[in-house]
Design a protein around this ligand. Structure first.
Ligand code: SF4
Ligand code: SF4
Ligand code: FES
Length: 314
């Protein structure tokens, strides 16, 4: 097997020395995982190098870090796939989390968010006592399964701009976990979960970064959209975010019913009102994007067909 010597630049951190970069030369071949690269550095060159890894097979979620600036699992990343033309790779601790040491982040805030959404099944008493059996149909299991696959790696949270900007947002992983139980008919806390997650669900900006970086294809943003679809079942406090969400929901239905499509500029106006639209128009004017607000948008031809599909959803 052909081996090459690669350069690994690690952004190191410790309390005494602060943040600094250190480079290491390591031999690797096309099958060398980044966790193996780190192991070689630690055992052969620098015992002080600190990182987390356990399963080496993308299951335990502990080796999360930024590889060349992209939130990734080190064990799922082959060194040869990510080195640049000079054979260099940059490693940093994940964004958002406080660094503990080198590539080890403090993930307490991540776990706090996960526990907030009660991440376990609350089955019916009869089932717990063994008096009844609850079975799932394959299609019901499929809906749950996608969101069940989360390995708590925290990569989606580190990539999420809304988590950084809005402390009331629970974050992508917690939403994926929360929706996993909303979708499970065996769970007895569905209403409580909807009330707990709804305000937060509308704080996501749908940028899809969580979708991009998730190593398990959990698609947290889809869980968030599915949670939003339960807006009519929400019985919690009427927060500003919930009021905006209801306006947004109604505006979408109104627009599809009237024109057969979602016209973005009208949707924005109906959701946020004239005052906010003026403020954003000024920003769009400054950034040269105002032309997109006036894009000509024709109604669809078979509007009656769409009205039929919409039924009483008006
Ligand atoms: S949803 Fe994906 S990226 Fe986020 S913590 Fe779970 S496995 Fe990791
Ligand atoms: S889609 Fe939503 S949850 Fe996912 S990264 Fe963007 S803002 Fe965060
Ligand atoms: S070492 Fe377990 S996920 Fe990478």
């Amino acid at each position: 097997m052909e081996e090459k010597e690669i350069t690994v630049n690690v952004k190191k951190y410790n309390e005494k020395d602060g943040v600094f970069w250190k480079s290491y030369r390591v031999k690797a071949d096309r099958y060398t995982q980044m966790t193996e690269v780190l192991r070689r550095i630690k055992t052969e060159q620098d015992p002080s190098l600190s990182y987390r890894a356990s399963c080496h097979m993308a299951v335990c979620g502990s080796c999360s870090m930024k590889i060349n600036g992209i939130p990734s699992l080190a064990c799922k990343t082959m060194a040869f796939k990510v080195m640049d033309e000079k054979g260099e790779i940059n490693l940093e601790s994940m964004d958002y989390y406080t660094e503990v040491r080198d590539l080890i982040p403090d993930v307490d805030t991540f776990y706090d968010r996960m526990y907030k959404v009660m991440p376990r099944l609350y089955a019916d008493e009869e089932v717990i006592e063994g008096k009844e059996e609850q079975r799932m149909l394959p299609e019901e299991q499929k809906e749950v399964w996608k969101f069940q696959g989360c390995i708590y790696c925290g990569l989606c949270v580190s990539a999420c701009p809304s988590v950084k900007a809005d402390e009331k947002f629970l974050g992508p992983a917690a939403h994926a976990k929360g929706y996993r139980y909303i979708a499970d008919d065996r769970d007895t806390k569905k209403e409580e979960r909807i009330d707990m997650l709804m305000d937060s669900a509308w704080r996501c900006t749908s940028c899809y970064m969580c979708y991009e970086v998730c190593p398990q294809d959990v698609q947290p943003v889809i869980a968030i959209k599915k949670t939003r679809s339960h807006l009519d079942d929400y019985r919690g406090p009427e927060t500003d975010v919930i009021t905006m969400a209801r306006k947004h929901d109604n505006a979408i239905l109104e627009l599809i019913n009237d024109t057969g499509k979602i016209k973005e500029s009208s949707l924005y106006l109906k959701t946020f009102g004239f005052g906010e639209a003026i403020k954003d128009s000024i920003n769009m004017l400054k950034s040269g994007k105002i032309k997109y607000a006036f894009t000509k948008d024709n109604n669809v031809k078979n509007i009656n067909e769409i009205k039929k599909i919409m039924g009483d959803k008006k």
